[in-house]
Design a protein around this ligand. Sequence first.
Ligand code: C2E
Ligand code: CA
Ligand code: CA
Ligand code: CA
Length: 280
Amino acid sequence: AKSAGGDSSAVYEVQMTGQAAGRLDLESDLRLALQRRELLLEYQPIVDLRSEVTVGFEALLRWHHPEHGPIMPDVFIPIAEETGLILPIGTWVLQEALGQVEQWRRHLPEAANVYAAVNISGRQFVARDFPDVVDAAVRSAGIDPAAVNLEITETVLMDQPGLPKETLQRLIQLGVGLSIDDFGTGYSSLSYLKWLSARTLKIDRTFVEELGRGPHGASIIELVLGMADNLSLNVVAEGVETLDQVNELRRLGVRSAQGYFWSKSMPSDRVPDWLDTLPP
Ligand code: C2E
Ligand code: CA
Ligand code: CA
Ligand code: CA
């Protein structure tokens, strides 16, 4: 099951299928969602696998629709991408997430070194002014750029024929990090990863699920760890749900992880309690 509200949005998604009118409705509602403050960020902790200390938070977008209730990003992000609304929404996400995480870094001793992980869609990434948008958000938050990780999915990156080299160079200059999200689902080569100057690989949940399932369950993760080691990249395992998976990831030497085993995404006001009570 998904986090709070996931069930109702799943139902909604089913109802929406093939209903052009409903879809249009959602599209025009989404246009207003930002100014009506219906978009919110939740935060999922990323923990160090050995100490179980929280090392970062991934910002995950939620839409609290006035009539339909919570709608999950898998439903509305594609609409936002097609319509271009992802540009203003994405800018808001960056400002909000960086501002929030910097507040925690300043005011909560346990959060002094946490980083902010923010999802970036392909359309945002290729927009000419993207580095300016990131720069402005970093400055207005007052956050150390080294504490910012921009997550871009592997498939999105591979889809961009003329991947903006200037953008990459400017992001490196700014000092923010790049994470390759859903890693393993695309076809990145070593040389490509090096060219991207990525900082982190996020191993897709599907590979974590394979752990403990048969003799080759760990082989993809072992492969990824080998690549990451060669290029001095951090590795984060996603979608960790069971103690068996935790133990297996530790055995393999994965540094950090996130998943329901520790926590689902939570509203920002629950984060201080979360930091206070960990490790259990
Ligand atoms: P993602 O970036 O791969 O995010 C991880 C997704 O896995 C999240 O779903 C998270 O709630 C879920 N998850 C975390 N731990 C577990 C676990 O242990 N088990 C399972 N089954 N799932 C887990 P969510 O929040 O529904 O987000 C879905 C996708 O929507 C994200 O996938 C990301 O691609 C996109 N997204 C979310 N927020 C944003 C945003 O601000 N901007 C953009 N462009 N995309 C976003
Ligand atoms: Ca992500
Ligand atoms: Ca992912
Ligand atoms: Ca995903």
